[in-house]
Write a protein that binds this ligand. Sequence first.
Ligand SMILES: NC(=O)C1=CN([C@@H]2O[C@H](COP(=O)(O)OP(=O)(O)OC[C@H]3O[C@@H](n4cnc5c(N)ncnc54)[C@H](O)[C@@H]3O)[C@@H](O)[C@H]2O)C=CC1
Ligand SMILES: O=C([O-])CC(=O)C(=O)O
Length: 263
Amino acid sequence: MRIGLIGYGAMAAALRPLLEAEGAAVAAVLARPGSIDRIAAALPAGTLVTADPAAFAAAAPDVAVECAGHAGLRQHGPACLAAGLDLVIASVGALADPATEADLRAAARTGGRLVIPAGALAGLDALAAARHGGLESVRYVSRKAPRAWRGTAAQDLIDLDSIVEPTIFFEGNAREAALAFPQNANVVAAAALAGIGFTRTEVTLMADPDAAGNRHLLEAKGAFGDLSVAVLARPLAANPKTSYLAPLSLARAILNLGARVVV
Ligand SMILES: NC(=O)C1=CN([C@@H]2O[C@H](COP(=O)(O)OP(=O)(O)OC[C@H]3O[C@@H](n4cnc5c(N)ncnc54)[C@H](O)[C@@H]3O)[C@@H](O)[C@H]2O)C=CC1
Ligand SMILES: O=C([O-])CC(=O)C(=O)O
């Protein structure tokens, strides 16, 4: 498979070797103008690194993969889909904005497929299946170290440097969480889309000075029974907000698009 990456930060850099290990190659990277040289230096010679969406599409990757944040997905996602490219996205939380969700769904109706992976969260397979039998409630709890919340709205809500115990700074629904915490609450959006939607999915976010990793808890109740799944995910060294499980999940979703047997 030839992969087109949109954005090349910590997630994409962790994803690339996973793809290469399975025989896929990064054919093109769509980047911000100021970052072209840095990214080109990190990639095999000859890889197209461009800020021009038309040049990216002309490279004709088999699949486009967004790792560029909410604004990057809003900027490039609909055009990629409209050009017929299947698009696997990391920044699922951007769909909490109704206009962005509508744009992406409209483009996917006639263009490429929009693929939403579980990301750093576990249990989405069961949640999405359980939806067909009827779901009563879905709850998500995130617990990360203070450094994972630096540079986010959390630092305006609590003093991240002085907390001495797990401290909740947000309780609300998935739409509010995904829009207020665009770098940390994408899994919430994936859970909302798989389950009972952005409004009914309940979210708690907390900082924990003793956190050994990024902890994600998903709980659901419905006709199927009860679900409770927890992940203690290792953060990426290059970005403590992002769990290694997220690029692993992207790799699975991408490789499944080219597989004859899908697991
Ligand atoms: N679904 C999930 O489980 C998770 C999703 N995410 C999402 O993935 C995104 C990427 O994560 P990281 O790589 O760790 O963040 P990062 O901050 O290390 O990298 C983001 C990269 O995107 C680039 N970028 C920004 N706007 C762009 C644009 N318009 N066009 C092209 N490139 C652009 C930046 O220059 C940067 O290199 C996060 O912002 C978040 O939205 C992150 C963690 C988990
Ligand atoms: O990687 C994680 O731990 C989850 C994350 O940041 C997100 O959902 O945006």
